[in-house]
Write a protein that binds this ligand. Structure first.
Ligand code: ADP
Length: 507
């Protein structure tokens, strides 16, 4: 063994030991279920001997699974912090080396050190990096480097399995792993006696987001006037990490503006920076460009407001329109998300209304400039075309005729067993649906119907905006003046300039 005498476990990197993480469950929010399950581990770590005497065995290994930034590392640290025990942390990738034997030596070393200092917590983040599904011995790849790397990974994984198997329960060491790619993990790792507990750590819901914001708000000086719950509601899908970043960013913005406390405007700015990107300086649209941008954005925004008012449309109302360049865009409309339920089961009227909102940009140009249209609304047109095509082909909402050329893949393999279909097998067995069901050219037909739908909805939208020409013009003017306009201001203008108000008043 040419490596004999070389202690690779001492080669960098080594497990980072945190004597006391200082993190507690009070720092974790929005993932109560996971915390509840993990509380048991804390009780165990606080008094392993008692558990031993009672004959209660803690789990061998606990796998925390979920997308990045949801608090897997945080909650692992909190377990150690709550119990006041050392925390040994390494990332799966730190075990992956080309030299055979290094990874497994590091594993041995990690467990050895944790056992010496028991009770303790071992945490391996991104465990998928070292525990991907093994390839089997009969790999016929001729790439030697690849083979060496694979072999090394397998040796490392085997060592981990050995440690876990020999990990006699009751030794006072808790082993935690985290991954966001459970599908990649070697099944051997998931067998009983290894990771015998799996806990999902998910992005928080609205209530959870509020809790997370509150936790991180403790670290900044927040103005009492800030309503955190509105941010919690409006930022679906945001993870704990992103929400933490929001408050940090808001504090930076406040500092830059010389504010004494972080206020609503700082938070709004931070949301924009984290979503659209920071304000761009040095890029100024010319007057013509600004007018066209403002028209397109206001057209979209005002269409949504009008449809909501007049037709009770279930489309997003606009919170704010801006013609300040930011990130990749020169102007933006910020929409207010609807209740989740409205996205889960969108119905035809709602989708057609949304189509009108997309078309509102170009329709506004049409109303104000006639045929002299510009590129300003072209992205919205692309969105509209995409949506119209989907309404026609995938959702089949315009015509009850199936115009897919092929059954979707899941239909092909689905087994239908039921009162009406007493055969087992595909519903489509009898006919060859790789051919279009009717004798027409599918692409032409889809294009024709998409165009028809777009034309019809476009006409409606132009009519709507023509009736509200005065409100449209006024909103554009205010936006050009202020560079930003809020949804509330748009509503105010619509009230002030009702349908059929003469535009000459404004000129
Ligand atoms: P993961 O390990 O799931 O990728 P982390 O635990 O590393 O995520 O999260 C990074 C940071 O984001 C944490 O240190 C914490 O500041 C914040 N964070 C993430 N999730 C939460 C949460 N559920 N509650 C409070 N803060 C959180």
């Amino acid at each position: 063994d040419i490596w004999q005498g070389i202690d690779f476990s001492q080669s960098k990197p080594q497990a980072r030991v945190d004597g006391s993480t200082g993190v507690t469950f009070a720092d974790v929010a929005g993932i109560e279920e996971a915390v509840e399950e993990l509380q048991e581990l804390v009780n165990y770590l606080k008094n392993p001997d008692l558990f031993d005497k009672l004959g209660i065995k803690p789990p061998h290994g606990v796998l925390l699974e979920g997308p990045p930034g949801c608090g897997k590392t945080l909650v692992a640290k909190a377990i150690a912090g709550e119990a006041g025990v050392p925390f040994y942390q390494m990332a799966g990738s730190e075990f992956v080396e080309v030299l055979v034997g290094v990874g497994s030596a590091r594993i041995r070393d990690l467990f050895k050190r944790a056992k010496v200092n028991k009770p303790s917590v071992i945490f391996i983040d991104e465990i998928d990096a070292l525990a991907t599904r093994r390839q089997g011995i009969f790999s016929d790849s001729s790439d030697n480097l690849y083979n060496a790397a694979t072999q090394e990974r397998e040796t490392t994984l085997n060592q981990l399995l050995i440690e876990l198997d020999g990990f006699d329960t009751g030794k006072g060491v808790i082993f935690l792993g985290a991954t966001n790619r459970m599908d990649l993990l070697d099944p051997a790792l998931l067998r009983p006696g290894r990771f015998d507990r799996k806990i999902r750590v998910q992005p928080p819901n609205a209530k959870g987001r509020l809790e997370v914001l509150k936790v991180h708000a403790r670290k900044v000086k927040l103005s009492p006037s800030v309503d955190l719950s509105s941010y919690a509601n409006d930022l679906p899908g945001w993870t704990g990490a992103k929400l933490a970043q929001l408050l940090q960013e808001a504090a930076l913005v406040a500092a830059r503006k010389g504010h004494e406390e972080v206020d609503q405007s700082d938070l709004d700015d931070a949301v924009d920076r984290l979503t659209i990107g920071p304000k761009r300086v040095g890029i100024e649209l010319g007057h013509q460009g600004q007018c066209r941008r403002a028209t397109a954005e206001v057209g979209t925004a005002i269409t949504s407001h009008l449809l909501r008012r007049l037709e009770n449309a279930k489309v997003e109302r606009c919170d704010r329109v801006s013609i300040n360049p930011r990130g990749q865009t020169l102007s933006q409309v910020v929409f207010h998300r609807l209740d989740d339920e409205l996205y889960m089961f969108e119905r035809r009227p709602q989708l057609l209304h949304r189509l009108q909102v997309f078309l509102g940009g170009r329709a506004a140009e049409d109303v104000i400039y006639g045929r002299d249209t510009s590129r300003a609304s072209v992205n919205y047109l692309a969105d509209a075309t995409w949506l119209a095509r989907k309404i026609i082909t995938i959702w089949n909402l315009e015509n009850p005729m199936v115009i897919h050329g092929e059954p979707p893949p899941w239909r092909k393999t689905a087994k239908f067993v039921g009162p009406r279909l007493d055969f087992e097998g595909s519903l489509y067995d009898d006919y060859d649906l790789t051919e279009p069901p009717l004798n027409f050219n599918l692409d032409d037909e889809i294009a024709k119907r998409t165009e028809e739908l777009l034309r019809e909805m476009y006409k409606k939208t132009v009519l709507l905006l023509r009736q509200h020409h005065a409100a449209l013009l006024k909103t554009v003017k205010v936006l050009l003046n202020q560079k930003e306009i809020s949804g509330a201001e748009i509503d105010f203008i619509i009230d002030k300039y009702p349908a059929e108000t003469s535009v000459s008043l404004l000129l």
